[in-house]
Ligand binder design. Structure first.
Ligand code: SAH
Length: 242
């Protein structure tokens, strides 16, 4: 091959690579835009249309990139109106349920919040945008590790993930202004009631096959409980089954 033909050949290869790279990047930008549109539709059709009103909760549901919290093969379904599998037989909760439960907690910026059932870390990220600190416990080591890494990579610096059984809560970090449980125990774990501050709120699914979302308010005179919605969560495992 003469020198000039060789140069021409190299230039052609280089041009082809640049074009391929650019179209790849355009495709990625289009995919991202598509996911952002899906997220906006999720907020409008599933969350505000069904009565979630807290502007701060709505803002956060618009912002947190839910598709980054699901396995790769679930990305295109991340904004659907349903829970989706995240591995280890567990699920990321339906977007509406995440927004509804968060709204029920009536959070304030300085709050300390305990979450039982980290799962994908999505609910933890939503909480992290609204309060000062989030403590979250996950019983399956692989999920705890994955969520911890993801939350750190995405700079949710005010979330602490612990592997363990959330039935006993996290006494050293309590008491908490709010507690959210995202796996269903058959009855309310007493340690969680103890670790709730007076004036605090807890939201959790309670029951076996048929479950009710219960909102607990703790005040000077005692506990007030309200059933707010029939739901279907994965069961709480560990100590509560013994
Ligand atoms: N909040 C999660 C939902 C995860 S599903 C999200 O946003 O993705 C509920 C999670 O609770 C599962 O990952 C399950 O492993 C976990 N879990 C079940 N029993 C538990 C227990 N006793 N302590 C801590 N986590 C528990």
């Amino acid at each position: 091959m003469s020198k000039s033909i060789y140069h021409l050949f190299c230039q052609l290869i280089l041009t082809a690579l640049i074009i391929a790279g650019c179209s790849q990047e355009i495709k990625m930008n289009e995919d991202l835009k598509d996911l952002e549109e899906q997220r906006e539709q999720m907020v409008q059709r599933q969350i505000t249309a069904r009565g979630v009103k807290d502007p701060e909760v709505i803002k956060v549901m618009r912002r947190v990139p839910r598709h980054l919290f699901v396995p790769e093969d679930q990305v295109k379904y991340a904004y659907r109106d349903e829970p989706r599998p995240i591995g280890e037989g567990q699920t990321i909760s339906q977007p509406y349920i995440v927004a509804f439960m968060t709204e029920q907690l009536e959070l304030k910026p300085g709050d300390r919040v305990l979450e039982i059932g980290t799962g994908s870390g999505y609910q933890s990220a939503v909480l992290a945008c609204l309060v000062d600190s989030v403590f979250t416990i996950e019983i399956i080591p692989e999920l705890a590790e994955r969520a911890q890494k993801l939350l750190a990579d995405l700079n949710y610096d005010n979330v602490v993930v612990k592997e363990g059984d959330g039935y006993i809560g996290w006494e050293e970090k309590g008491p908490f202004d709010a507690i959210i449980v995202t796996a269903a125990p058959p009855r309310i774990p007493p340690p969680l009631l103890e670790q709730l501050k007076i004036g605090g709120r807890m939201v959790l699914p309670v029951g076996e096959y048929f479950q009710e979302l219960v909102v607990v308010s703790k005040n000077q005179t005692g506990l007030e409980m309200k059933n707010v919605l029939p739901v279907r969560f994965v069961p709480m495992t560990g100590e509560v089954r013994k």
